[in-house]
Write a protein that binds this ligand. Sequence first.
Ligand code: AMP
Length: 146
Amino acid sequence: MSMTQEDKFLDVLKVEDLMISSEKVAHVQLNNPLEHALLVLVKSGYFAVPVLDASYKLAGSISKTVILDQILGIDRFEVERLSELKVQDVMKDDVQSIRKDASFIEGLKAVIDAPYVCVIDEDDYFDGILTRRAILKEVKKDYYRA
Ligand code: AMP
């Protein structure tokens, strides 16, 4: 009898069983103006989204906090800077990533200090994201397993 993903024990689950695939992930590109990134973040409601280069390789991550911090002047937000600056000027580029075939516990460790981690293939192309929520749901399922 084959196991569905629902039945899988934590020690056989892989990151690919839990990740959100790239086509469902909101992202921005390196050369987008900050204005576009802020729109994506506000409209999606996400705290941060991945940044991809023109060939869809992972380049970094950008958050609302970083954008607001960049346009904060002495006593006002300098909103004109939103069209002057590009995503690549302010993004965080030392982001952690993980592979699809990584184990559940590797995924769990990766989201201890971050709400999500990017999943990339062997050539650094973006495959999707693994969120803390997806990991916690599996931990809860396992806790209540009969
Ligand atoms: P969650 O654990 O579902 O709250 O997601 C944690 C974080 O992952 C969110 O705050 C976003 O930064 C990111 N995230 C989750 N789902 C998506 C998505 N579909 N597209 C882009 N980013 C996402």
